[in-house]
Design a binder for this molecule. Structure first.
Ligand code: ADP
Ligand code: MG
Length: 736
């Protein structure tokens, strides 16, 4: 995407013919003061082009209108102090982590900057340098700021003639300091801002008191803007504009994508649920819960309507969504249509195939499974039979949405664990020539405001109870020292006929991450720790056949313990398993831990989830949030893995856990940006900015609806803005 522009050569001539895209997509390397080295450092912050730099927003602003004397610093206050570097020291602490302490002094006193486990900080300073520290001060054990924001100032800097203002504070890396970062962004603005076009009509800006885009960029980055007007209030207004921009782009992009689908004809006529469905429900060896009945009815009612279903089924892990999906599929099959169920992993697709096959035994319904590892010959046969309309139910992974796979009588597509799929991927199952009915299922609840944006006018069904007789899982957070007792506990459970999962974050050893790898731990567990138990291993690189053998053996109770990575995260259902140990649990997101934990507690026995916190100290999350510019609130930065894991011990409620997770990690991580196919939210926050999300959606809806009355330039500008955000993925979407 990045086009490099040769500026040395005929700069002015080149200039005149450059389009906005060429400027905004040009590499920052050609900006003033940025060479190859700095460009490489910036790349680590996700900044490669002028456009990236414009959208590299500060995570906060600092009030430099008054730099205070060190003597006046008070405990617990956020302060900025100026001084000369005095002492630089680093030492190993008892727990082998490195402590770096750098003191600076002004005429009134001395204050320390303190860093844990960031050895490299030491090399950033030289005695006598002029430095600004800012952050939360503490007065004991010494007057200090832990992890201060640092600015190393030029030789000729004098605080007296420093034009005090609100300064944007950016996330940095080791190789680039605050001043350099500010300079880069300022020159990116100088170069790129004239090419940033306002795309919202004047009237809209007025009606909703929205600040023009260019002004918002100026204020946020404190660029070319009168210092006296740079107030907290104006920054908030500017931020609101950028937030609206981010939401609008997503809302409009998805709206257009959706409208395009909605123009396709809907020719399907499902019949009312008949004997097949009724008999199936009777054949189950359990009774449906009231919630399952309720959502089944909602879905079946939707199917017979004369418009395509677009429904989200959410229910906590283990709430029994699969049966509901099967009921919907049977109803469709009864009317002569085919139904597809798509799962995010091979293991889950095969499990669905297995259980559904046995549940449908004797009904004469043809069912098949297609995944990435289906052998060529079998694949050909399945594809042929699907095209002939033969298997009435097809289960599979992404393999189902390959171009070659045609399912002519497809009447219903169900997507399991939808949060694992991208928005764009999901759309592919819908069919390209006509609309079909779609049900997406998830155990990870999505805030309604976001759901509406991502899915449009979708209906939501919720299973809000678990099948009777489930005993809540007991969850414990432990230190690795206590693992020997855990192994004993597993032995005891196995002797009572139960089974256990032991989960690791990695397959193999890694140079970068000092984590326990599944393969090595499997050997150790088998050879030394639990030699008397039968242990199996699965992970992402185990061959499909082997994977299936191991899963089957575990399911049939031929294995006592399953060592795995997160391949078992979604959907796996082995009710006899009652123990789950998750090592390095501090490495996982809460929603993911909840999914993993959902593998147990499925039988009638008490189940135990043991989360091992391998983090030595409770480091603030700040250091771990490597993502740049995430608008994380200050207090959340102080959240430690211990307190995060404590939430897991406290509650089994997936909705609460998802909410906590969203607060801590932001939507990008929560959904996995690559997976959603949506542009990243840089400033907008789904939890705090719901008002703006609603407004942006409203504006997008309105502009789309009245697109014929818009000026051609406005439409062109909107199209442009969307192209910037979605790049290639939006292609095929006609910017109305
Ligand atoms: P999820 O909603 O997480 O996908 P599943 O569909 O895998 O949950 O169901 C979890 C387990 O509960 C399965 O073993 C399933 O057979 C069982 N189950 C589903 N509904 C009921 C019910 N009404 N009563 C008892 N067990 C049920
Ligand atoms: Mg499931």
């Amino acid at each position: 995407m990045t086009k490099e522009i040769n500026q040395n050569n005929n700069a002015s001539q080149t200039e005149s013919v450059l389009s906005a895209d060429e400027v905004l997509d040009s590499s920052i390397q050609y900006l003033k003061g940025v060479g190859p080295k700095r460009a490489a450092a910036l790349k680590k912050c996700g900044v490669s082009t002028v456009w990236d730099a414009l959208n590299y927003f500060p995570y906060r602003h600092e009030d430099r209108r008054k730099i205070i004397h060190i003597r006046d610093v008070e405990n617990g206050e956020f302060v900025t102090v100026y001084g000369l570097v005095d002492t630089i020291a680093s030492r190993k602490m008892r727990n082998r982590k490195t402590l770096v302490q750098v003191s600076i002094k002004d005429a009134s006193g001395i204050i320390y900057g303190v860093w844990f486990n960031q050895k490299w900080m030491k090399d950033k300073f030289k005695k006598g340098q002029k430095v600004l520290f800012s952050g939360k001060a503490q007065t004991s054990p010494s007057l200090q700021i832990t992890n201060p924001a640092v600015e190393i100032l030029p030789e000729d800097f004098f605080p007296e003639d420093y034009e005090g203002t609100l300064i944007p504070i950016y996330r940095l890396t080791e190789e680039i300091n605050a001043l350099a970062m500010r300079k880069v962004i300022q020159s990116a603005l100088e170069r790129g801002l004239p090419f940033v076009e306002e795309y919202l009509p004047e009237k809209v800006l007025k009606q909703f008191s929205i600040m023009p885009l260019r002004e918002a960029y100026k204020i946020i980055h404190s660029y070319d803007y009168p210092a006296e007007k740079l107030t907290e209030q104006n920054i908030a207004i500017a931020r609101r504009r950028i937030v609206i921009d981010e939401f609008f782009v997503i809302a409009m992009g998805l709206l257009m994508k959706r409208r395009r689908t909605e123009q396709l004809p809907y020719l399907i006529h499902h019949k009312k649920p008949g004997k097949l469905v009724v008999d199936f429900i009777k054949s189950l060896n359990f009774k449906l819960t009231a919630a399952q009945k309720k959502v089944s009815k909602e879905i079946l009612d939707d199917l017979v309507k004369n418009k395509p279903m677009n429904r989200l089924l959410q229910g906590d892990v283990g709430s029994g969504k699969t049966i509901v999906a099967l009921i919907a599929m049977l109803s469709v099959v009864d009317g002569g249509y085919q139904a597809a169920l798509m799962a995010p992993t091979e293991v889950l697709a095969r499990q669905h195939f297995k259980t559904i096959s046995s549940q449908l035994h004797g009904t004469g319904i043809k069912i098949n499974v297609l995944t990435g590892s289906t052998k060529a010959k079998a694949r050909r046969e399945i594809i042929e039979s699907l095209a002939a309309g033969e298997p009435q139910i097809i289960i599979g992974t992404h393999a189902l949405i390959q171009a070659k796979v045609k399912i002519p009588k497809l009447g219903l597509a169900i997507i399991d664990e939808q949060h694992k799929f991208g928005v764009m991927q999901r759309n592919q199952l819908r069919g390209e020539t006509e609309q079909i009915d779609v049900l997406v299922m998830t155990a990870t609840p999505i805030p309604r405001s976001l759901a509406l944006t991502v899915y449009g006018d979708l209906s939501i069904s919720t299973i809000d109870e678990l099948p009777k007789g489930r005993i809540p899982i007991k969850t414990y957070v432990i230190r690795p020292e206590r693992l020997p007792r855990v192994w004993e506990f597993i032995r005891k459970q196995v002797s009572q006929g139960r089974q256990a999962y032991i989960v690791y974050p990695l397959i193999d050893e890694s140079d970068k991450l000092p984590l326990k790898p599944a393969v090595a731990m499997y050997e150790e567990l088998k050879g030394k720790i639990l030699p008397d138990l039968k242990i199996g291993l699965v992970h992402g690189r185990v061959k499909a056949d082997e994977k299936e053998n191991v899963m089957n053996a575990f399911r049939e109770g031929k294995l006592d313990v399953l060592v795995s990575t997160t391949v078992i995260e979604v959907g796996i259902d082995v009710p006899n398993a009652s123990v789950m140990v998750i090592e390095e649990a501090n490495r996982f997101g809460l929603a993911q831990l909840h999914q993993l934990r959902g593998r147990i507690g499925r039988g009638g026995e008490i189940s135990y989830c043991i989360l091992v916190n391998n983090e030595r100290e409770d480091q603030p999350l700040r250091e771990k949030i490597k993502k740049n510019n995430e608008p994380v609130q200050q207090d959340l930065l102080e959240t430690t893995s211990n307190s995060r894991l404590a939430i897991m011990a406290e509650t089994n409620d997936g909705f609460r856990i998802a909410e906590e997770d969203l607060k801590i990690r932001g939507p990008g991580e929560f959904f996995g940006i690559e997976q959603t196919g949506l542009p990243a939210l840089k400033l907008a926050n789904l939890i705090g900015d719901e008002e703006e999300l609603r407004l942006s959606r409203h504006i997008a809806d309105t502009l789309y609806q009245y697109r014929d009355t818009l000026k051609p330039e406005t439409r062109e500008k909107i199209r442009h803005r969307l192209y910037r955000a979605f790049g290639k993925t939006i292609r095929g979407v006609d910017a109305g």
